[in-house]
Design a protein around this ligand. Structure first.
Ligand SMILES: [Zn+2]
Length: 219
């Protein structure tokens, strides 16, 4: 093993997912910023072992839940690359609850027609992740829960536009504390503080070893 690999052990999938959730997963239009993936992780940790007992099936279902927890935001690709930011991305079908119910119902029907076993744990994990995402987007963003009966978006907390850059409106609003709380909770369940302490300990030990080696060579 190389020295670098010894100092920096490979992160666990949950840690990679968590870090990505912190720094890369931004729901950019009046909604949750950083909580989708950490919240998905907290849910998946509880759901996966119950729906899919056993280490390997449970890990697979955890991955399904995590992916589902950010899946609706795949529409950001369309929002930026195709639509030119013309439509609020919560109005795309990926953020419409009725679409996911219809799509899931259709998929189950196709499994039945093909006389194939329906992968119920995966279906449940997918729906749980997606609906958790939509619930979180309802806090400050707004989701058309009653579509097609009502196209209006339902939102729990209205964040006023007080700053020029929209990001400050959300980050400096009290509701952002909820996201921080979810983040801290998920970090603690993922064992991130312990992992960071371990990394610090290992890098300090490696530094001492290098110093001792330099002194040895100099003598
Ligand atoms: Zn979203």
């Amino acid at each position: 093993m190389s020295g670098a690999a010894a100092r920096w052990p490979a992160p666990k999938p949950a840690e990679i997912a968590f870090a990505w959730g912190c720094f890369a997963q931004f729901d950019r239009e009046r909604a949750m910023f950083i909580a989708h993936l950490p919240a998905g992780y907290l849910m998946a940790r509880r759901l996966a072992p119950r729906l899919a007992p056993g280490a390997s099936p449970s890990r697979r279902l955890l991955a399904v839940c995590l992916a589902a927890a950010v899946l609706p935001d795949i529409d950001l690709l369309y929002f930026y690359l195709v639509d030119g930011r013309q439509t609020l991305h919560h109005d795309y079908w990926t953020h419409i609850p009725a679409f996911w119910l219809l799509a899931t119902g259709t998929a189950i029907a196709l499994f039945r027609i093909a006389r194939a076993p329906v992968p119920w744990p995966a279906v449940a994990g997918l729906l749980a992740g997606v609906f958790l995402h939509l619930a979180l987007d309802t806090v400050t963003g707004g989701i058309a829960w009653l579509y097609p009966y009502d196209t209006g978006r339902i939102v729990l907390i209205d964040v006023p536009a007080r700053f020029g850059w929209w990001v400050w409106n959300f980050v400096l609003h009290w509701s952002f504390a909820l996201e921080i709380a979810i983040l801290v909770w998920a970090a603690s369940e993922a064992g991130l503080p312990r992992r960071m302490r371990e990394l610090r300990r290992r890098s300090a030990a490696a530094m001492l070893r290098r110093r001792a080696l330099r002194q040895e060579r100099a003598e």
